[in-house]
Design a protein. Structure first.
Length: 300
């Protein structure tokens, strides 16, 4: 067995252990499913963790209403194939009910609005743990997370008030109204995720592979052209060969100029890239501490 295979097996074993700990320690866990590669890997790890029994918790997707069609189609096909219950929280419904106010202007996005919808969904279904696909190498705020990340009764995160984690002992004790976010692939890197997808032959949304799309450039980031995207006077729509490196709300998902048509091509491309995975996320460019501020409010 190669060192790479051994490394991936160790990461897989650790993640499955954490997922099983969630099932044993919490009464109503759920898996937060975005349709991105990390949450897809989590879905397959959960399938492995409990096979041949079904996955014992539902998937929760927070739909901004501005998702790529390919993401929604993939989501629906995956939950059907895995036999998992899907719960969808709607940002549009939160807007209609006055829970949040839609942003306006050139940089308007529904990405930040997801926080309220997510917290409302967790409260509605009384989930006491939400499994997510965040990794510590993604962004500096996420590097402060534990595997078991405590949230208070308002769903908020205090990075200075987290439980110590000694070896593989996880403390899920909580008070009424509190919950945990759990990150089983915390120790994985972006490259680990791609190599695992290759090893396990995991199917992905077509967005991850190079395709032709209408795009425009803003602040050094290529964005997809959609009717709800308001262009500035100096921005021009072009047709480019692009792919997604991360997948989220269309308004903030940067596209990568690419010729990668296979997983092997993507791995080669990432290995030679000087841009971080979230370097193309427009939402991270709003402020130096954008991610940490959103996480403290209850974001993923």
């Amino acid at each position: 067995m190669s060192n790479k295979t051994t490394h991936l097996k160790e990461l897989e074993s650790e993640a499955i252990y954490v997922i099983r700990e969630v099932a044993s320690q919490f009464e109503k866990p759920a898996l937060l499913f975005s349709g991105g590669k990390d949450s897809i890997v989590l879905a397959y790890l959960s399938y492995k963790a409990f096979y041949p029994a079904p996955i014992p918790f539902p998937f929760v997707h927070i739909d901004t209403g501005h998702n790529f069609t390919e993401t929604i189609d993939y989501r629906d096909e995956l939950v059907k194939r895995l036999g998992v219950k899907l719960i969808v929280g709607s940002v549009q419904q939160s807007i209609d009910e006055g829970r949040v106010v839609e942003e306006t202007g050139y940089n308007a996005s529904r990405n930040k609005l997801q926080t309220v919808t997510l917290l409302d969904t967790l409260e509605k279904y009384k989930f006491d743990a939400a499994i997510g696909g965040a990794r510590r190498d993604e962004e500096k705020a996420r590097a402060k997370e534990r595997f078991f990340s405590h949230r208070d009764e308002f769903g908020q995160w205090d990075p200075k008030n987290q439980r110590p984690e000694l070896w593989n002992i996880f403390n899920g004790k909580k008070n009424l109204g509190e919950h945990f976010r759990v990150f089983p692939i915390s120790n994985w890197t972006e490259m680990d995720v791609w190599q695992y997808i290759l090893q396990e032959n995991i199917p992905l949304p077509s967005l991850y592979y190079t395709h032709e799309r209408e795009v425009f450039q803003r602040d050094g980031v290529w964005l997809a052209k959609y009717p709800f995207m308001q262009l500035k006077p100096n921005e021009q729509v072009e047709v480019k060969q692009v792919r997604c490196r991360t997948i989220g709300d269309i308004t903030c998902t940067g596209l990568t100029l690419s010729t990668a048509h296979t997983i092997e091509d993507i791995i080669d491309e990432i290995a030679s890239s000087r841009v971080t995975e979230r370097g193309g996320r427009a939402d991270d460019k709003r402020s130096e501490a954008a991610m940490e501020d959103r996480k403290k409010e209850g974001y993923f």
